[in-house]
Design a protein around this ligand. Structure first.
Ligand code: ADP
Ligand code: F6P
Length: 452
């Protein structure tokens, strides 16, 4: 049987794959189940030595080989904190003004992609199909071709792709676009991303198939987790603290693309404009710290600390804390149950590739008495989840009005809206995402075909 080779910057541990926790892992874990696979990427370590190619660390479990290499401190800084998350990430999220460009970081990004290619190439077998994941690895396909790899190579971009003019404002953009020519198929999340990427490729004279493959979750397993976590002691304590108030829930990595300050301001507007909800609602924002070494992420954390303090200072009463803001990660089981107990899922990214949290919120609901999803029009999930209350996340008043509408919404309307969304999350799951992409990749002309 032909082998599937997955390459992603972060490689899950065998335990994470078995438990199939996060969205990307669920989709890929399903794809590799029952077929021999190799998963390659960064070890998470910084014990690499500049100028030396590290030997991959190899672990085998079931039918999957995990191969990882460390980076040096300098490589991690330039490749991950620098070009990937300080330059490409803001540009792909339409925030060119937040980009801190440095030629050195672009060069380190290309260097690390070549390093990955040199470490991976010797591990490959003739019949392998290779699937490269996400923006950290745009040039990997081209670097593998330079190592003589002639297998089919697919690429999937999990984050948005902005309009051509915006992407090409980034120095180095044309080089990355030309490198995409090495892939046999390029997948993105939405039709809008696909149109933008096709435009950018056309502008640099590259013709490659680009398709929209929206990623999903495993809705059954998330729903089971949500129901199971209900009887835990932690949930009991949480419900006591809520004291029967309506719960508004936000769950995101602490990232400026998620629109968390704007959301806090929307909640503040709700309390100001609709006094009837004071002391009747509680907003819980769970936002584990992410990429804490990047300056913009540090600035966001300071902004949120201040905003949360100000909002609670203004509205809290002796028996009521309006906003609970948690930056520590919490267990998935408890997280799923908290979703189930939330009357409102508040998901308002300024721009997002997909946003799996929105789909998880839907999956976790009690079908007989579901909550309401308030969703940004700029999340990749919006085209599929049109039954949510869609908002422009930049307008705190629009968020406040949607919150008020959701808090007053009757059960019939909630059930109708939820049924539409639940159908959508079952129609495109994590497993069908991976299967659809790999099928389409398998149907592209075989790069080795010329020989046959
Ligand atoms: P992104 O990939 O940008 O982080 P997504 O919403 O697509 O955004 O995916 C985030 C994933 O991480 C979801 O599966 C979500 O459940 C999980 N997650 C987010 N916050 C937490 C948290 N505090 N604890 C555990 N898992 C979390
Ligand atoms: O989906 C976007 C993404 O950047 C993934 O590639 C990544 O694994 C995840 O978010 C978390 O980010 P990081 O790996 O930088 O912690």
């Amino acid at each position: 049987m032909a082998r599937l080779v997955i390459v992603s910057n972060r490689v899950p541990s065998p335990r994470e794959v078995t438990q199939a926790a996060g969205g990307l892992t669920v989709g890929l874990a399903d794809a590799i189940r029952g077929q021999p696979s190799l998963w390659f990427g960064w070890s998470g370590g910084t014990d690499g030595v500049d100028g030396t190619d590290p030997a991959p660390g190899i672990t085998v479990q079931d039918n999957v080989t995990y191969a990882t290499i460390p980076l040096s401190e300098r490589q991690l800084k330039g490749f991950y904190q620098g070009f990937s998350n300080g330059i490409l990430w803001p540009v792909c999220h339409y925030r060119v003004g937040l980009m801190n460009y440095s030629r050195d970081e672009l060069e380190t990004y290309l260097e690390v992609n070549r390093l990955y290619a040199r470490a991976l190439a010797p591990l490959l077998q003739p019949d392998d199909t290779i699937w490269v994941q996400d923006y950290q690895l745009f040039p990997l396909g081209e670097a593998l071709r330079a190592e003589g790899v002639n297998a089919r190579i697919g690429f999937f971009l999990h984050i948005p792709f902005p309009p051509e003019q915006l992407f090409r404002a980034m120095p180095g953009a044309d080089l990355l676009l030309r490198d995409l020519a090495a892939y046999d198929l390029i997948g993105v999340q939405t039709e809008q991303d696909a149109g933008n990427l096709r435009g950018a490729l056309r502008a640099v004279g590259v013709e490659r198939p680009v398709g929209a493959f929206p990623i999903g979750i495993d809705p059954e397993s998330f729903a089971r987790q949500a129901a199971r976590g209900e009887n835990t002691r932690e949930m009991g304590r949480f419900l006591d603290a809520l004291g029967g108030r309506s719960l508004i829930l936000g769950v995101d990595r602490l990232d400026y693309s998620k629109g968390i300050p704007e959301r806090f301001r929307g909640f503040d507007r709700l309390l100001k404009r609709f006094p009837e909800h004071r002391n009747k609602v509680s907003f819980l924002q769970i936002a584990p710290v992410s990429r804490g070494d990047v300056a913009e992420y540090q600035a966001l954390r300071r902004e949120l600390d201040e905003l949360a303090g100000r909002i609670n200072g203004e509205w809290a009463e002796i028996d009521w804390l309006p906003l609970r803001y948690i930056t520590r990660p919490i267990s998935r089981k408890v997280l799923a149950s908290v979703h189930r107990h939330a009357q409102i899922g508040l998901v308002t990214p300024l721009r997002d590739g997909m946003n799996l949290v929105a789909k998880e919120y839907v999956a976790a609901q009690n079908p007989a008495d579901p909550g309401v999803l308030i969703l940004s029009r700029f999340a990749g999930a919006a085209p599929e989840l049109g039954d949510a209350l869609l908002v422009n996340p930049l307008d705190p008043d629009e968020i406040a009005e949607a919150l008020d509408q959701a808090l007053r919404m009757g059960r019939d309307e909630r059930v109708t809206r939820w049924t539409g969304m639940n159908t959508a999350i079952h129609a495109a799951t994590a497993a069908s995402w991976a299967a659809d992409f790999l099928r389409a990749l398998g149907e592209t002309p075989d790069p080795r075909g010329a020989v046959a």
